[in-house]
Ligand binder design. Structure first.
Ligand SMILES: NC(=O)c1ccc[n+]([C@@H]2O[C@H](COP(=O)([O-])OP(=O)(O)OC[C@H]3O[C@@H](n4cnc5c(N)ncnc54)[C@H](OP(=O)(O)O)[C@@H]3O)[C@@H](O)[C@H]2O)c1
Length: 278
């Protein structure tokens, strides 16, 4: 991906974006793309280790516009600390991308664990991470936007919010909650605070990352599992997504190019959600 081409379309000079889950696969790639578009980027995650590699990828000039910030999306105090340190560094916060989220094997039904035996702690962990882990950062960073009367929030939903996939009930319910909350918050912000605060979501199709590798590829051989093959077969474009497939929609929803767009969830899925399978 040539970030210069993007930058000509979307120049975010002087604007500060906080990304949660930013040392993960999709959050990290979006952080690099935004720095490439001249934004100041605060990369918030609970584990900052992988973030050092991302700063190196950005190069010295890019990295001078990025900062790693520790924070847990389920811990309000840590988010408030993070918000203070971002404002101290960049002066203000213009946008929030909620990219922290995921699933775990213990909350996944299968041959070795029926739906009836999924432990409540694992189910709660997944629903909390995806839903509450989106709502709490919106409270903390959204409050600053409400005070300034402008800002953009971008959540990450999933295909599971439109029609749930088999085996992952908590993840599906959590992401359905994220889509619903996106609409709720869009209305609330526009009516109660400012029509210049917009809230939208993207719903990526299937991207091979840490959270789903165990479901889509065989551990030993790396070959696609039957589920992985079925997903590709149900994606009219015939492939998994690449992180760069997200950039155009993310930039559009963050920029003034979408100034009259709020409360929507955009599928980025190679046609998966449009295909009946026949
Ligand atoms: N990959 C896909 O196909 C796909 C499709 C649709 C939607 N999504 C969504 O896209 C988002 C990014 O997914 P991804 O594939 O990039 O996953 P990922 O690589 O696992 O990234 C998620 C990041 O969130 C971090 N995180 C987890 N719990 C956290 C917490 N309590 N506080 C702060 N950070 C926390 C993770 O840290 P640890 O590594 O320490 O856990 C990780 O760095 C998620 O919301 C996911 O559900 C992904």
């Amino acid at each position: 991906m040539n970030y210069d081409d993007l930058a000509r379309q979307y120049d975010f000079t002087g604007r500060t974006v906080v990304i949660t889950g930013a040392t993960g696969v999709l959050g990290g790639e979006i952080a690099c793309a935004l720095v490439g578009c001249r934004a100041n980027v605060a990369m918030l995650d609970r584990n900052l280790g992988p973030g050092k590699g991302l700063l190196e990828l950005m190069g010295p000039d890019g990295a001078s516009h990025a900062v790693l910030v520790g924070g847990d999306v389920l811990d309000v105090e840590s988010l408030q600390r993070a918000a203070r340190s971002v404002v101290e560094r960049f002066g203000r916060i213009d946008a929030l991308i909620n990219a922290a989220g995921g699933n775990k094997p213990e909350a996944t039904a299968g041959a070795d664990r029926s739906f009836f035996d999924l432990p409540s702690e694992a189910l709660r962990w997944v629903i909390d991470l995806n839903l509450l882990g989106t709502i709490l950062p919106c409270q903390v960073f959204g409050r600053l936007m409400a005070e300034r009367g402008e800002g953009v929030i971008l959540n990450i939903s999933s295909m599971n919010a439109f029609r749930p996939l088999t085996r992952i009930p908590a993840y599906s319910a959590g992401k359905a909650g994220v889509s619903n909350f996106t609409q709720w918050l869009a209305v609330h912000m526009a009516q109660e605070y400012s029509p210049r605060i917009r809230v939208n979501a993207i719903a990526p199709g299937f991207f091979l990352t840490n959270q789903n590798r165990f479901l889509l590829t065989e551990r030993e051989s790396g070959e696609l599992t039957p589920r992985g093959r079925s997903i590709v077969a149900h994606t009219p474009m015939g492939r998994f997504g690449e992180p760069a497939d997200l950039f155009g929609t993310v930039m559009w929803l963050l920029s003034d190019a979408s100034a009259f767009v709020t409360g929507i969830v955009v599928p980025i899925d190679g046609g998966f959600s449009a295909f009946s399978g026949v």
